[in-house]
Design a protein around this ligand. Structure first.
Ligand code: GLY
Length: 384
């Protein structure tokens, strides 16, 4: 059986039979046209499964979003130029108000596809079918859609709810192990911000793998329970503050620093082919270590707690050698434009202890630099 949840008007379905629901939904609503947004990967690995489960419904119009991007670098896809090109294509294909867009992909496709669906013709209906673990537990849920402005992440966007979110856990099997493991940073985050028992249920095994309730988490595991627990936490938080002024910012723990870091890498990767943008998961691991340190300094929890958190994250995630890309040059510029900031002062989400987040904590440049020094020490004998 599938697990079902509701967030406002969005029905969220999680399970091995969730794609059947999509077929019934499409038949019931008699859309004029159904566009499916994919990228190279999801076209190859995920689209055939979606089509097999939807054999009775309308003909699908497939749009490969990354074919509009010369870089074929997923984050650079989220740009206003690409939005314009894709909208032109949709108009050319006679999209109308009674069309449906299905976003079949990870966070980038859900963010970009949701953004396009929300603005074209002043909005057409859309459904998210997230195909990565990260997007299944975060980006596909909660109505945030956005694109980047130059190298600044998610600066142009809006709140816009999908009709439905269909989470088919076996899609994770098409991910490579690195991508899958990177998503585990978001899982750890849920424990740190919201639920100590959930955090304690996440343990590290001898091979530096993550276990949930004593079962190893890999892309091939039965992920339904873990995804459902994360989704439930996200729904509760979003319901309490949809527009992200207070409680929803708890979800941003680790993200002030990680977004600035990702933007620096994005900027460098646009200038030089030898620098690659980094995954959100590995940047988030760095961000959470730094922001745990800031939390420890602000809220004075014990060193035992600090070590417990940092050791779990650092066993799972290798060190990022951020200094090699001239990272500190533009880091502050990126931190300054974080959407949480107020009157030019950084507003971070920190934790009082495991399972309890605090939003809007003022942090200075100096404190941020100290937290990066702390990060460097953690890995002093490591691989950086
Ligand atoms: N990903 C954070 C949020 O949805 O608010």
């Amino acid at each position: 059986m599938n697990n079902k949840f509701r967030l406002h008007n969005t029905l969220i379905i999680i399970g091995k039979h969730s794609l059947i629901y999509l077929r019934d939904f499409i038949i019931k609503n008699a859309y004029t046209k159904v566009f499916v947004f994919v990228d190279q990967n999801t076209k190859k690995h995920c689209l055939p499964i979606l089509l097999k489960n939807n054999y009775l419904s309308t003909r699908f119009l497939i749009i490969e979003l990354d074919s509009f991007d010369v870089f074929r670098n997923s984050e650079s896809l989220k740009s206003m130029n690409i939005v314009t090109e894709i909208c032109k294509d949709l108009l050319h294909q006679n999209i109308d108000k009674n069309s449906l867009i299905i976003n079949l992909g990870g966070g980038v496709i859900c963010d970009l596809g949701g953004f396009i669906a929300s603005i074209i013709k002043r909005g057409v209906k859309f459904i998210n079918v997230p195909t990565t673990f990260m997007s299944q537990i975060d980006a596909s849920i909660g109505g945030k859609v956005a694109v980047n402005l130059n190298n600044y992440k998610n600066q142009i966007g809006l709140f816009s709810d999908p009709e439905s979110v269909i989470i088919y856990p076996p899609y994770n099997q098409s991910l490579d192990n690195l991508d899958f493991n990177a998503s585990l940073a978001e899982v750890l985050k849920y424990g740190l911000i919201n639920n100590k028992i959930f955090w304690k249920n996440l343990t590290i095994g001898t091979s530096s793998s993550l276990y949930f309730k004593n079962k190893i988490i890999t892309k091939k595991s039965d992920l339904e329970e873990l995804i459902s627990e994360c989704v439930k936490m996200k729904i509760d938080i979003v319901k309490s503050d949809y527009y992200d002024m207070n409680d929803r910012r708890k979800l941003n723990f680790g993200h002030s620093i990680s977004h600035a870091l990702e933007s620096c890498f994005l900027e460098k990767s646009n200038l030089s082919k030898s620098v690659h943008s980094i995954s959100h998961g590995s940047a988030l691991a760095l961000g959470m270590i730094c922001e745990t340190y800031l939390s420890y300094r602000k809220f004075k929890f014990s060193e035992t707690i600090l070590n417990e958190i940092v050791s779990k994250i650092s066993k799972l995630f290798p060190c990022i050698n951020y200094r090699k890309v001239g990272f500190l040059d533009s880091f502050k510029d990126h931190l300054k434009i974080d959407k949480k900031n107020k009157d030019g002062v950084y507003q971070f989400t920190l934790i009082k202890t495991i399972g309890s987040a605090v939003v809007n904590v003022s942090i200075s440049d100096l404190e941020v630099l100290e937290s990066l020094d702390f990060y460097d020490q953690i890995y002093i004998n490591g691989v950086c």
